[in-house]
Write a protein that binds this ligand. Structure first.
Ligand code: HEM
Length: 532
């Protein structure tokens, strides 16, 4: 066991770069595995280990990994030399051309796919995430926002009747319900109301899949993170058979009904049905432009040439179902956390909340009689975009980007440091390190949307703002995520004043945990109706 754990400890010895000294048995992952630090602290510490290095080494358990600190090098690895770093790090769940266990949903999802199969799937899905497709889905998401407000109003009314000053809520729980309703309607074509019916089968399954208290899930998670190859060899699925079956049957059943009855609904199921027929293509006008041209938001990441390629691969049901399923994994926790953090920041920064409310109130007042918010209108709110951009900087839920080197790469910094990054090596780009570096973001702990104002945003150096990743492998759902977050903030801030309550932890602290993202005492806030 000792030999197995320490075998790679000399990996960096002949490389001309500094590296963190590993210790048995966890390498440099000890503090996080022993719950001594939060996920943010862990990756910040790793990033800060060698403040003057462009790149340094560390050990993720026994696995050597390169830590990239320099923004230019971030661009080089994620964009310019992308062909050497196409894949995300192996998780042990992904399917490849070579292996035959192609039944796993998570392994077939875009996040896990590798090589050519990833390229083809990215190109298949990319047209489903363009601005024009988001516009079509907007009404479905807005409806979820309005349903949430109605529920909060009714509950606040009850709370006041019982002598309270407002409705006190734990944000992560509430935003999880909102995210669930959005995924239900937008990805699975099913309308659910998780506020009135918090135990509906859909949210139960979602909670079960992302259940962080389940010991078995936690163990599997640790296994996938630290011993992916072993997990692959043992062919262990992250999902239980019930979970797997639920998602498959729900999606297939919905597709069948729609086909039989000729139903059209502007959601992901429709887009996946088009993908199956091969008719989902980029259209004219889909071309992503810069944020200032489209007003789509500062954080939006552009789709690269990889996503726009044509191919003629035909997908199986499992391969397509896996993409709807990925909404749970990639879009559920990320959105609910981002929204919870945004609402917390608005609560403790009253002036920012007031300014945002003014912008939203004016927008609402300017809507023509009988008209409601549109996708374009939502995108045109500069301060809302600044608040969301700063939330993603201050609370980068993805924490770290990873890549795997897929063929030997000659590193050359142009100043005499040259060496080979071997095929199979892991690359970490600690987003949280960049976002909290005072060099790029003065007073990084401070929540300050002004960093993203029209006058200031040019100060943000490329390669230092990475909430949705970078290059062709970036987050395919960034437009969707931004639309969803903005819809929720728009309706909540329009209708409620957010104030701290006795249970609000200020400053908010993350929990020290190895497997999950969590806060120490939840995110409790009080909602008071603006008109009430
Ligand atoms: C605030 C919300 C979100 C954040 C912060 C976020 C962040 C990220 C990040 C950092 C990556 C890795 C990018 C890279 O390696 O360069 C990623 C990948 C991905 N995200 Fe998101 N994401 C969010 C929401 C969503 C949503 C709503 C979806 C829905 C479809 C989604 C789908 C994906 C997928 C499929 C990938 C893998 C892309 C690929 O490998 O080609 N994400 N996301």
């Amino acid at each position: 066991a000792y030999r197995y754990c320490t075998k790679n400890y000399f990996y960096f010895a002949d490389k001309p770069i500094p590296f963190m000294k590993p210790s048995f048995p966890f390498g440099n992952a000890g503090p996080i595995l022993m719950k001594k630090v939060t996920l943010f602290e862990h990756f910040k510490n790793i990033y800060d280990a060698f403040p003057n290095a462009r790149i340094h080494g560390m050990f993720n358990m026994r696995q050597p990994a390169y830590v990239v600190r320099d923004p230019e090098l971030v661009k080089q690895i994620t964009v310019k030399d992308f062909d050497y770093f196409v894949d995300h790090m192996t998780t042990g769940m992904e399917q490849t051309e070579e292996n035959n266990s192609n039944h796993l949903l998570l392994g077939n999802s875009l996040v896990s796919l590798r090589g050519q199969k990833w390229r083809d799937m990215r190109a298949t899905l990319s047209p489903a995430f363009t601005g024009s497709k988001m516009r079509l889905m907007f009404a479905l998401i807005a409806e979820c926002g309005k349903t949430m407000v109605e529920h909060f109003r009714a509950e606040e009314h009850k709370a006041r009747a019982a002598g309270g000053t407002g409705y006190q809520l734990e944000m992560k729980d509430m935003m999880t319900r909102f995210a669930n309703d959005v995924i239900g309607t937008a990805a699975f074509g099913i309308k659910v109301d998780s506020f009135r019916d918090p135990t509906n089968v859909f949210i139960s399954m979602a909670r079960s899949v992302t259940n962080q208290e389940s010991l078995l899930k936690a163990l599997k998670m640790i296994g996938y993170t630290f011993a992916p190859k072993l997990m692959a060899r043992l062919n262990i699925d992250f999902l239980t058979p019930e979970e797997d079956n639920f998602f498959r049957s729900t999606i297939l059943e919905t597709m069948r009904t729609r086909q039989e009855k000729g139903i059209f609904r502007p959601d992901m199921i429709e887009l996946l049905m088009q993908a199956k027929k091969g008719s989902l293509k980029h259209q004219q006008g889909d071309e992503p432009k810069t944020d200032s041209e489209t007003g789509e938001g500062f954080a939006t990441v552009e789709e690269s040439h990889v996503g726009k390629r044509a191919h003629d691969r035909v997908w199986t049901d499992t391969e397509l179902i896996a993409q709807a399923f990925i909404f749970f994994f990639a879009g559920f926790e990320t959105i609910s956390w981002t929204l919870s953090f945004a609402l917390y920041e608005l609560t403790v920064n009253e002036d920012i909340q007031a300014k945002l409310y003014e912008e939203i109130r004016e927008t609402e007042q300017a809507l023509e009689e009988g008209h409601t918010l549109t996708y374009e209108k939502l995108q045109s709110l500069p301060y809302l975009d600044m608040v969301v951009s700063e939330t993603l900087r201050r609370w980068p839920i993805a924490t770290v980007l990873n890549r795997e080197c897929v063929r030997d790469y000659q590193y050359d910094d142009g100043r005499g440091v040259k060496f080979t990054i071997e095929k199979g090596a892991m690359i970490f780009i600690p987003i949280v390190g960049m976002h909290f570096s005072p060099k790029y973001y003065p007073e990084p702990e401070r929540f300050d949307p002004e960093r993203f104002s029209a006058e200031n945003r040019h100060n943000i150096q490329q390669g230092t703002y990475l909430p949705f990743g970078a290059g062709p492998r970036n987050c395919i759902g960034s437009r969707f995520a931004l639309m969803e977050a903005k819809v929720a903030l728009y309706y909540l801030v329009l209708n409620f004043r957010l104030t701290p309550c006795a249970k609000t932890q200020i400053p908010l602290k993350l929990k020290k945990s190895s497997t999950q993202f969590a806060t120490e005492h939840g995110i409790w806030l009080e909602f008071q109706s603006r008109s009430g």
